[in-house]
Design a protein around this ligand. Structure first.
Ligand code: NDP
Length: 446
């Protein structure tokens, strides 16, 4: 590895020793960027990487709220404003008990490169809380969201920082957050994306991450002489990304035979009935195991990791970070899987990624493959600024074009810098980085 890159990585390891997810993402990114620093010694003189790895600002705050039993609850809220060189901070809010600073820094760091890859003017950020919306009443979720926004509102705005949804933050939560922002500021502006259609949301935003993932995978397969048509597909998760990945990959001719949640997975050799999954997860907020009682011939298995032992041609991990480890990767490879598309952020461990690359599995890294969500969020921002709304077809067409553009940028950078032209991990990291680096160099030491 380039000496400067390696020194910065070592410094990060020393100063952030307890932040395992952040270090995992930073290791992958910095290893990929190494050849860029060989070519650009001026970056070192400007301390570019030292600045790039450090968030511009981290905000951490108390979120007190009262539950249905009248008890006071306190959660921790965060916003990591990572990099604003190419536009206002942009990235989702995660609500999940596992949320901590390490996870939000890894997500924010990835987001900077992802947003750059979209070609749109958006910087990178991420936020959230260790609050768990699961099992809470609507009133409790509203109380939490209002309290969270009562601190967050002073740090965000349509031209400074525009949060969105992520794990645990769907249309309901965005609605409560938006209402409180408007109440506190009196501003009707596009400060959040993923909004409802009656108050500034964009058509196709709900579908965008899952659909975008499938468009990326389709481009990647076609460039390598393969097709989705007739492929057996495993999709992990059953949330927003997983559901719409399933919908689009099926439309493209694939057959999804398994999906999961954090308790276990279902296997349906006849092809998962997505209407049943939508009813359980989107309408009833239930568990995936309820599927087997409704669809004869399907099976439920406790535990998430077994899903990777199901024979498939294409795997789409769409649940959460590190859900696909070396063991899962080996099982997929042994069963002849030829492509992996990451719908979630960093679902594959470093070891799993390495195994896919070494064994010739076409691998679409999350920061490129799932960028359709944030790209469509940026389209929502444009519509809000123009006070216009585009049709579903218009947004979907733009999304297709953006995902094609992202794939091409990854492929070009992989061909120029990668050990092989299909190393889209290197391609995505470098293509995303170059634009941000150029903007940072132009803006001086800030
Ligand atoms: P949702 O909350 O809608 O769904 C998350 C899914 O993953 C659920 O099925 C959930 O199961 C499962 N899951 C969550 N945590 C775990 C865990 N620790 N172990 C196993 N399964 C888990 O989130 P999204 O679909 O929005 O997000 C999924 C992934 O995609 C995340 O990595 C997110 O960062 C990424 N992403 C999302 C974008 C978006 O537009 N929504 C954009 C780009 C990336 P359960 O219900 O049991 O918790």
């Amino acid at each position: 590895m380039n000496a400067y890159t390696s020194r910065v990585l070592e410094g990060l390891r020393q100063r952030n020793a307890h932040e395992s997810e952040f270090l995992q993402a930073a290791t992958e990114i910095l290893e990929s960027l190494s050849p860029v620093f060989d070519k650009h010694p001026e970056y070192e003189k400007a301390g570019l990487l030292d600045r790039f790895v450090e968030p511009e600002r981290v905000i951490m705050f108390r979120v007190p709220w009262v539950d249905d039993q009248g008890r006071t609850q306190v959660n921790r809220g965060y916003r990591v404003q990572y990099n604003s060189a190419i536009g206002p901070y942009k990235g989702g809010l995660r609500l999940h008990p596992s949320v901590n600073l390490s996870i939000l820094k890894f997500l924010g760091f990835e987001q900077v490169l992802k947003n750059s890859l979209t070609g749109l003017p958006i910087g990178g950020g991420k936020g959230g809380s260790d609050f768990d919306p699961k099992g809470k009443s609507d009133r409790e979720v509203m109380a939490f969201c209002q309290s969270f926004m009562t601190e967050l509102y002073r740090h965000i705005g349509q031209d400074t920082d525009v949060p969105a949804g992520d794990i645990g933050t769907g249309a309901r939560e965005i609605g409560f957050l938006y209402g409180q922002y408007k109440r506190l500021t009196g501003l009707y502006e596009g400060v959040l994306t993923g909004k409802g259609l009656t108050y500034g949301g964009s058509l196709a935003r709900t579908q965008a991450t899952g659909y975008g993932l499938c468009y990326f995978v389709k481009n990647m397969l076609e460039a390598n002489g393969k097709t989705v048509q007739g492929a057996t597909v495993v999709v992990s998760g059953s949330g927003n990304v997983a559901i719409y990945a399933n919908e689009k990959i099926t439309e493209l001719g694939g057959k999804v035979v398994a999906m999961s949640d954090s308790n276990g997975y279902i296997y349906d050799p006849n092809g998962v009935n997505l209407d049943v999954v939508k009813q359980i997860k989107e309408v009833e907020r239930g568990r995936i195991k309820e599927y087997v009682a409704r669809v004869p011939g399907s099976e439920y298995h406790e535990g998430c990791k077994g899903i990777w032992t199901i024979k498939c041609d294409i795997a789409l991990p769409c649940a959460t970070q590190n859900e696909l480890d070396a063991e899962g990767a080996k099982a997929l490879i042994a069963n002849g899987c030829f492509a992996v598309g990451e719908g979630a952020n960093m679902p594959s461990t470093l070891e799993a990624t390495e195994l896919f690359l070494q064994n010739g599995v076409l691998f679409a890294p999350g920061k490129a493959a799932n960028a359709g969500g944030v790209a469509t969020s940026a389209l929502e921002m444009s519509q809000n600024s123009q006070r216009l709304s585009w049709t579903f077809e218009e947004v979907d067409e733009k999304l297709k074009g953006i995902m094609k553009g992202i794939f091409e940028k990854c492929a070009e950078a992989a061909a120029e810098y990668g050990d092989k032209p299909t190393n889209y991990v290197v391609g995505a990291n470098i293509a995303g980085f170059l634009k941000v680096a150029d903007a940072m160099m132009a803006q001086g030491i800030v």
